[in-house]
Every structure is written in structure tokens, then in C-alpha cells.
Design a binder for this molecule. Structure first.
Ligand code: PMP
Length: 389
């Protein structure tokens, strides 16, 4: 019976990991995988996470189920971190989820249940966005977001496309540190798109997966906060994978900002029912860590200091890369203004393969680079390799 199945293609990024591992050349550089790396090339566990884990080992009383909604205190503290609102004052439905992906899938399942027809997705985007929406049975409608050759946000074209969206359609927006382009909307652009969403009766779904990696913890959520103030209803998918370095602990949350408490209750029960028939209950460990850090002044201060160090490392490498690459490609001065770990370079597939074969520099054929994959000491040499293309 299994013969009814056809083999699925390998995930290109996972395949790239295998190729990188098998490469025995000294000084090989991995700009592919989307995880933070420090100056030694490691993806470290935050100090505050280690300490919270130590305390959990000592104090956690049970491993009994936490229920499909997860931990209410975690949900409240994460909402405050994301929105700046004290507690969940507004009528908000919330569920702890297995990572940001789990949050996006629940959002998609909820929209399918609501009868949402189209989800508008700016291109390029994280490839899993379209896959998740389609898996939930939604129609994906694309709009232009970023032009790779000119490295610029296509804001007018985006607004024009969204002006054609039907009332009730959903719009996916990246809060900041856009994956894969690093390009973000300005404060004015956030205001304009928020007004358009409100005026046309669209449902925004904001994906926030890199808070703290761009301009700062509050700055990276500023656009989302503008939007939340402007629209009656919104979905927000939060990932703690990067901001707390909890990738494998699968930690995240889905929030629905609603116009009144009865609707919020209805949304919450629907989200819980969807979770129940999928993975039933969320994993606890990562959320317990995040909750402990956000609820403890000293741990929170230490976490904030560490994420700021990471942010500054990314920013400094970004600046050097922009300065170096723009010597040949003027347009790449834009890399300096882009935010977060990623930029999408205007490279041909042949260039990417040449960098891989001749210089052991690894990135996907899309040309997306993870800036955090570079150690300071490697930057100049890597720039020279790019310039030699
Ligand atoms: N959204 C974006 C834009 C991402 O890049 C990622 C992770 N790569 C996620 C969501 C989900 O992350 P996770 O499921 O690991 O929390």
C-alpha cells in the first residue's frame, strides 16, 4: 500500500547541511542554515536559558500534561514582550505551540475553519509559509514584496496588489528581520499597510520569529504594534527559536487579537480543538524556560544583554560585508540597511555553485546568506571570494 506514495524531494537546506559536513576543506564557510552562530561558529545556549533549566530541574514538581492551551503565564509574558502591552489586557486568544511553525499551522487551520479563502503572501518569503497554508487547504495569492536585482522593497506594487484583496482575505507579514531578504517596512509603510488592511477588512497574520536580531527588542516589534493599534482583529505567530535560542525545544505561541472577549473565547476554544486533533498538547520545557526568564528580573536582564551582543555581532559583520561587496555591486550597499540574519544576494545559480566548488562557501542556490554564519576573521577573505566571481 505504501507504493501509492512517491518519494519527496529533500529539503534543499537540509541537503546543503549534508554537503557542508562532507566537505573536508579547512576554512569552509556555512552561510546556509538559518541558525545564529557566534564567533566560534557555535550556536550557543543562552546563559539565562541554562540557568532557568537548572532551576527547573530543581523545582519542577511534575511532568503531567499541561493542557492544549499551554501555560497561561508564559502566554502572558510573551505577549508583553512582543506587543509591549502589560498583560493580555485586550481580548486576546492565545495558545502555546510547538515553535513558530506550529503557530503558523494552527493559524492556517483556524483560517480554513473560518472560511478564509485567500492568504496573500509577499514574495520572496520563507518557503514553508506557502507550504503550510496550502497544507491547510488555503489558497495562496502572492504579491510582490522585494526586488532582488535592485535590493528594494516594492512597496507601491505591494499596496496596489493588496488593494485588490477581497474583504476577509488574510495577509501574511513578517514583523521584522525578513526571511530571506532582511528588508523591512519603514514606520510610515507599516502605518500605510495597516490602514489599508483595516479599510479593506483584511485579516493580518504577522510572523515574528527574530525579535531582537534587527534593531532591538522593541524596535523589531514596532511595526506589529502599529498594526495592532490600527486593526480590529489580527493573528500573531511568535517563535522563540531564535530569540531564546530554543530551536529544538519547539517553543512558540499563536495569538488572536479580537474585538471582544466573547469572540476571543470562541477563537481560543477553536484553536484548542485544532491542537487537540493534531499534536494534542504543546511541549512544555522551552515555554517553561521562557516564562521563567521573562518573569525574573536578573535572568531577563542577562538574556537581554546576550541577545544585544548577538545583534551587534550581526550588525557589525553586515556593515563590513556591505562595504566590501558594494565595491563591485553598488546595489549591495543595501545590505547594510537590511536587518536580522539574512540577505538575499543577486547571484546566479552558477555563482553559488562556483563559490561552493572553488572556495567551500556554502549557501542555497537562492543566494540567501546567513550573516551570522561568518566569523569576523573570515569576512575579508569571503568578500574577496565574492569579488572574484
Ligand atoms: N517564521 C520564519 C520567518 C522563520 O524563518 C522560521 C524559522 N526558520 C519560523 C517562522 C519558524 O520557526 P520555528 O518553527 O523553528 O519556531
Amino acid at each position: 500500500m505504501f507504493d501509492a506514495l512517491t518519494r519527496q524531494p529533500d529539503d534543499p537546506l537540509l541537503a546543503l547541511i549534508g554537503l557542508f559536513r562532507a566537505d573536508e576543506r579547512a576554512g569552509k564557510v556555512d552561510l546556509g542554515v538559518g541558525v545564529y552562530r557566534d564567533e566560534t561558529g557555535a550556536t550557543p545556549i543562552f546563559r539565562a536559558v541554562k540557568e532557568a533549566e537548572r532551576r527547573l530541574v530543581e523545582t519542577q514538581p511534575t511532568k503531567a500534561y499541561i493542557g492544549p492551551e499551554g501555560d497561561a503565564l508564559f502566554l502572558e509574558r510573551l505577549w508583553t514582550l512582543t506587543t509591549g502591552e502589560a498583560g493580555r489586557g485586550r481580548a486576546t486568544a492565545a495558545l502555546q505551540t510547538p515553535g513558530g511553525s506550529g503557530a503558523l499551522r494552527l493559524a492556517a487551520d483556524l483560517m480554513a475553519r473560518m472560511g478564509t479563502k485567500g492568504v496573500w503572501l509577499g514574495l520572496p518569503s520563507w518557503p514553508n509559509h506557502a507550504s503550510i497554508f496550502k497544507a491547510a487547504g488555503l489558497d495562496v495569492i502572492t504579491y510582490p514584496f522585494f526586488d532582488i536585482p535592485s535590493q528594494s522593497v516594492q512597496f507601491d506594487r505591494m499596496m496596489e496588489a493588496l488593494s485588490g484583496a477581497a474583504a476577509g482575505d488574510a495577509v501574511l507579514l513578517h514583523a521584522s528581520c525578513h526571511n530571506p531578504t532582511g528588508a523591512n517596512l519603514s514606520a510610515d509603510q507599516w502605518r500605510a499597510v495597516s490602514d489599508l488592511i483595516a479599510a479593506r477588512g483584511l485579516l493580518p497574520l504577522v510572523d515574528i520569529a527574530y525579535q531582537g536580531y534587527g534593531r532591538g527588542l522593541d524596535e523589531d516589534a514596532a511595526g506589529l504594534r502599529t498594526l495592532l493599534a490600527a486593526v480590529p482583529e489580527a493573528l500573531v505567530a511568535v517563535s522563540c527559536s531564535k530569540s531564546f535560542g530554543l530551536y529544538r525545544e519547539r517553543t512558540g505561541a499563536i495569538y488572536a487579537a479580537c474585538s471582544n472577549p466573547e469572540t476571543a473565547l470562541s477563537v481560543r476554544t477553536n484553536l484548542a480543538a485544532l491542537a487537540r486533533t493534531s499534536y494534542s498538547m504543546p511541549p512544555d520545557h522551552g515555554a517553561a524556560i521562557v516564562s521563567m526568564i521573562l518573569g525574573d528580573e536578573a535572568l531577563k536582564a542577562d538574556w537581554m544583554e546576550e541577545i544585544e551582543t548577538m545583534r551587534l555581532r550581526i550588525t557589525s559583520i553586515r556593515e563590513r560585508l556591505a562595504a566590501g561587496l558594494s565595491r563591485r555591486w553598488q546595489v549591495l550597499t543595501a545590505v547594510r540597511e537590511q536587518e536580522g540574519m539574512f540577505s538575499l544576494l543577486p547571484l546566479e545559480e552558477a555563482d553559488v555553485l562556483k563559490l561552493r566548488a572553488e572556495h567551500a562557501i556554502y549557501m542555497p542556490t537562492s543566494g540567501r546568506i546567513n550573516i551570522a554564519g561568518l566569523k569576523s576573521a573570515e569576512v575579508d577573505a569571503v568578500i574577496e571570494k565574492f569579488l572574484s566571481l
